[in-house]
Design a protein around this ligand. Structure first.
Ligand SMILES: [Fe+2]
Length: 279
């Protein structure tokens, strides 16, 4: 069974063993974000820089597969930085293209409320994200992320192409690429102007959608844990009733504790000898 990749288009290799990553299409024209981001920057950024991350990721994965097939653990370890850098570059840019739009709309009510709760106001959040992004030393990213454990929006920066979720656990909502290749042709050395302007092409529909998915994923996990706990408790209680040889107790428990009763019935089939003995 092959792993399901979460981003990009998929192509199966000729031997049907490994899938290759491909460069995702932009959801708009290269010139669509002008004047905030020029056509030239978008074209180079997408078709050259992002494409290079994809190609290098595929090459690293190919070497990894060969090394694993030979049991060559030394090579597997030496490939880790290339996988992190190029895999991160592919993940980050795939999010970045979707985070931007010439018609990004407005943030959802739920996201606005969360931003106001965690930052005081939308303006404060923008200022903090901009300041952190501008302050990245060298190349990296500024992120608005969601901490699922703390149920809180946070600002975080990452160096190089470190992917936010894999390195910090935060769910990426909005990323600002502050590598020079993202702005230098147009903004020269004034990164602050580029970061300030990028909010004008923020795709708030996409950012809001990411926030809502992060919330649902957290709620689903909590629900699964509670269900698991409930079923385990019911199983223990059901087994106790069985061991106590009390079929009447099972019948009496149906209205008030249907899950316990169901577990008892199922358990009775699994422990039929004991059930017959008790009768
Ligand atoms: Fe980039």
């Amino acid at each position: 069974m092959y792993a399901i990749r979460r981003i990009g288009t998929k192509l199966q290799s000729a031997n049907n063993v490994r899938q290759k990553h491909t460069l995702p299409d932009l959801p708009y024209e290269y010139s669509a974000l002008e004047p905030v981001i020029s056509r030239e920057i978008m074209s180079l950024h997408h078709s050259k820089h992002h494409a290079t991350y994809v190609n290098n990721l595929n090459a690293a994965e190919e070497k990894l597969a060969q090394a694993q097939a030979k049991g060559d653990i030394q090579t597997v370890i030496t490939l880790a930085p290339a996988l992190k850098f190029n895999g991160g570059g592919h993940i980050n840019h795939t999010i970045f293209w979707q985070n931007l739009s010439p018609k990004g709309g407005k943030p959802s009510d739920a996201l606005v409320q969360a931003i106001e709760k965690d930052f005081g106001s939308m303006e404060n959040m923008k200022n903090q994200l901009a300041a952190s992004s501008v302050g990245v030393q060298g190349s990296g990213w500024g992120w608005l992320g969601y901490n699922k454990m703390m149920k809180k929006l946070v600002i975080q920066t990452c160096q190089n192409q470190d992917p936010l979720e894999a390195t910090t656990g935060l769910v990426p909502l909005f990323g600002i690429d502050v590598w020079e290749h993202a702005y230098y042709l147009q903004y020269k050395n004034v990164r602050a102007d580029y970061v300030k302007a990028i909010f004008d092409v923020a795709n708030w529909q996409d950012i809001s959608s990411r926030y809502e998915k992060a919330l649902k994923s957290f709620i689903l996990k909590v629900f699964c844990h509670l269900l698991k706990f409930h079923i385990t408790s019911a199983y223990i209680e059901g087994m106790y009733i069985l061991i106590a040889n009390s079929p009447t107790a099972i019948i009496q428990s149906i209205p008030s504790q249907p899950i316990v009763a169901l577990v008892c019935v199922i358990s009775s089939f699994l422990t039929r000898d004991q059930w017959i003995y008790s009768i």
